[in-house]
Design a protein around this ligand. Structure first.
Ligand code: ADP
Ligand code: MG
Ligand code: ZN
Length: 621
């Protein structure tokens, strides 16, 4: 079969080219300015970690620190000019980092030092003007309905297919089943005759369904890369714009262009943005959306025999899609894409660490084991954060410690080492976390403790981590109950140690999580006591309609559900209380260790907890 060379697919409208040139020149000017600004910087400073800077500064080793945004220029005592630099953590102030203001002169207003006036003006004003100009052009092309020259801009579809950003199946780790399904699509595109000669109808639409970040977009591009055909990509949300009638005409335009370039792939990302069930009458502007969706249906029906265009679409909400989209002849194939299992996670991590300098000691497999529930995008993020952290620590290779920090940062947010907590709060937090840890440790069906820390992270005062020893897909009632009890362990420890009325807001988030789990058990999983094996789940797709008409269950049932939730929570609190009261000595021990070291790792927790007691009253069986 002959294939048209790709560059023929590009439109050759002169104005379009002119636009491109203008953009190109704008970028050149920007680059020149950046280079100019960079060359204007004072001579090279040695970069040191922020923790070292704080330590040295508080020892009195520095005379002056200039602060510019989050960059510190440090002048040592006895020297005239800055010789060191360091960086504040994002959003942290000098105080947060722990600088002692009495030991050093801090000069916060050293902006633009050493920059001549016109460079400062050029580097601030010119980009603003350029960006403004570009925006103006973009707006004009978006509105340029009647404008002949802008016809390519009409459907904002992007065309991939040039060699340098080509994606192939080998770039997608794991997902063996999805790949297998999609390989068939590749065959359709490559050898259409083989199928039509035996009378097979080539599917027009393939719907990729899976949680966010699992590689749906990546896989679609890989299909195009494997089949070596052009790939028109558009996101559902781009259809839905302010101007009435634009969505439908964009669809028409997109399909017309695709037909001209057949064989090819049209990829509609986030199709739920336009493909939601019609006629619910809620959510403003649905008229526009319905027209767009109708146009998609019309176009897909309008494909003629032998027109070799396949429409791939991706969504993480297949349940809200309009049934008309899923009828035969439209998106009648569905490829499910799930969260990666342990092996796949290791493979994805390897793909993303491949091009980075990784120390030999780094244990990818144990990282894969710890990241149950993460999507491919999360894992890619961990790999990238590892590299950033390694660079900030001035490591030439990514070390195990960098990877561990990256994992924790992605999982619960960065450490806030210098957020001020007074001694009393530290003590409360230590008891609180020790409470979570002991309940989780003692109850037989809870996951093992991984780490306990009273260093604030993200929005929390401290963290107790539990890690499942292996991936699992199902959770039993006894496991849920242990999870509930350990979630309440923090609050109950405060209660037992300090008294009923002295518990703090430190447990706010725990209680919310516990309530969510308990409701889920009762409503969705049929795990209540009275309401065992009944499910009251409302499909969110039709939720909108339901809200207006009726609920799935009666008011009496709603009351019973509330009672069930309360029973579960009370039981969990009682069990946590029993465990904590039976092991007060151990809690004291862990609390002391936490106050001393702030973080206690799994092996040490286990050592401290040797000889804990499982009280009878906390046992479920
Ligand atoms: P989705 O479209 O499902 O939300 P994406 O395809 O945009 O997810 O994936 C986001 C990023 O996550 C990708 O660019 C890639 O870096 C990474 N990723 C996800 N899944 C995989 C995988 N199976 N193999 C390699 N990288 C992956
Ligand atoms: Mg996507
Ligand atoms: Zn807690």
């Amino acid at each position: 079969m002959d294939k048209k060379p790709l560059h023929n697919n590009r439109t050759k409208k002169p104005t379009n080219k002119g636009m491109k040139n203008a953009g190109f020149i704008a970028i050149l000017v920007l680059v020149a300015l950046v280079v100019l600004a960079a060359s204007n910087q004072p001579s090279q400073l040695k970069s040191i970690p922020i923790t070292e800077a704080v330590q040295q500064s508080n020892k009195g080793a520095y005379s002056k620190i200039e602060v510019q945004n989050n960059e510190l220029k440090i002048t040592k005592k006895g020297e005239a000019k800055p010789t060191l630099k360091s960086y504040l953590e994002p959003n942290a102030t000098m105080k947060d980092e722990g600088f002692d203001y009495s030991k050093v002169t801090i000069d916060p207003k050293a902006q633009n030092n050493g920059q001549s006036g016109w460079v400062a003006i050029a580097t601030t004003i010119v980009p603003v003007v350029l960006i403004g100009g570009l925006l103006y052009f973009m707006l004009r092309s978006a509105q340029g309905q009647g404008n002949q020259a802008m016809s390519f801009g009409k459907s904002k579809a992007r065309l991939y297919g040039n060699e340098k950003d080509k994606v192939e199946f080998k770039d997608v780790a794991g997902q063996a089943e999805a790949k297998q399904d999609l390989e068939e699509v590749v065959e359709f595109l490559k050898f259409p005759k083989k199928f039509s000669s035996v009378g097979a109808r080539i599917p027009k639409g393939v719907l990729l369904v899976g949680p966010p970040g699992t590689g749906k977009t990546l896989l679609s591009r890989a299909v195009a890369g494997e089949a070596n055909v052009p790939f028109f990509s558009i996101s559902g949300s781009e259809f839905v714009e302010m101007f009435v009638g634009v969505g439908a005409s964009r669809v028409r335009d997109l399909f017309a262009k695709a037909k001209k370039n057949a064989p090819c792939i049209i990829f509609i990302d986030e199709i739920d943005a336009v493909g939601r069930r019609r006629g619910s009458g809620m959510g403003g502007g649905h008229d526009e959306r319905e027209q767009t969706l109708n146009q998609i249906l019309v176009e897909m029906d309008g494909f003629e025999k032998g027109e070799n265009v396949i429409v791939l679409a991706a969504t993480n909400r297949a349940d809200v899609l309009d049934p008309a989209l899923l009828r035969p002849g439209r998106f009648d194939r569905r490829v499910g894409i799930g969260l990666p299992d342990r092996q796949d996670r290791a493979a994805i991590l390897k793909v993303h660490f491949e091009k980075k300098p990784l120390a030999k000691e780094v244990d990818i497999d144990s990282l894969a084991a710890k990241t149950a529930g993460s999507s491919g995008a999360d894992l890619a993020n961990i790999a990238n954060e590892s590299a950033i952290i390694a660079a900030r620590n001035n490591h030439s290779q990514i070390a195990q410690s960098d990877v561990t920090e990256a994992f924790e940062r992605v999982a619960i947010g960065p450490e806030r080492k210098n957020k001020i907590m007074n001694e009393k709060e530290k003590e409360i937090t230590a008891y609180h976390e020790a409470g979570h840890a002991i309940v989780g440790h003692v109850l037989p069906d809870s996951d093992p403790v991984h780490k306990v820390t009273i260093i604030p992270r993200g929005g929390t005062g401290g963290v107790t981590w539990f890690l499942p020893p292996e991936d699992r897909s199902y959770t039993s009632i006894i496991e849920f109950k242990d999870i509930l009890a350990r979630a309440l362990g923090g609050r109950i420890a405060e209660e037992v140690i300090f008294g009923k009325e002295r518990v703090t807001t430190g447990a706010g988030n725990d209680l919310q999580k516990a309530a969510e789990i308990a409701r889920d058990m009762v409503i969705n999983q049929g795990m209540g006591t009275k309401l065992r094996d009944q499910v009251f789940h409302v499909d969110e797709g039709i939720m909108m309609e339901r809200i207006m008409h009726e609920r799935e269950y009666s008011d009496e049932t709603a009351k019973v559900i509330d009672d069930e939730v309360e029973t579960l929570i009370t039981e969990a609190a009682d069990r946590a209380r029993a465990v904590i009261k039976a092991n007060l000595k151990k809690i004291e021990e862990l609390k002391d260790k936490l106050l001393e070291n702030e973080t206690v790792e799994a092996d040490e927790v286990i050592k401290i907890f040797e000889g804990t007691v499982m009280p009878k009253s906390a046992a479920l069986y």
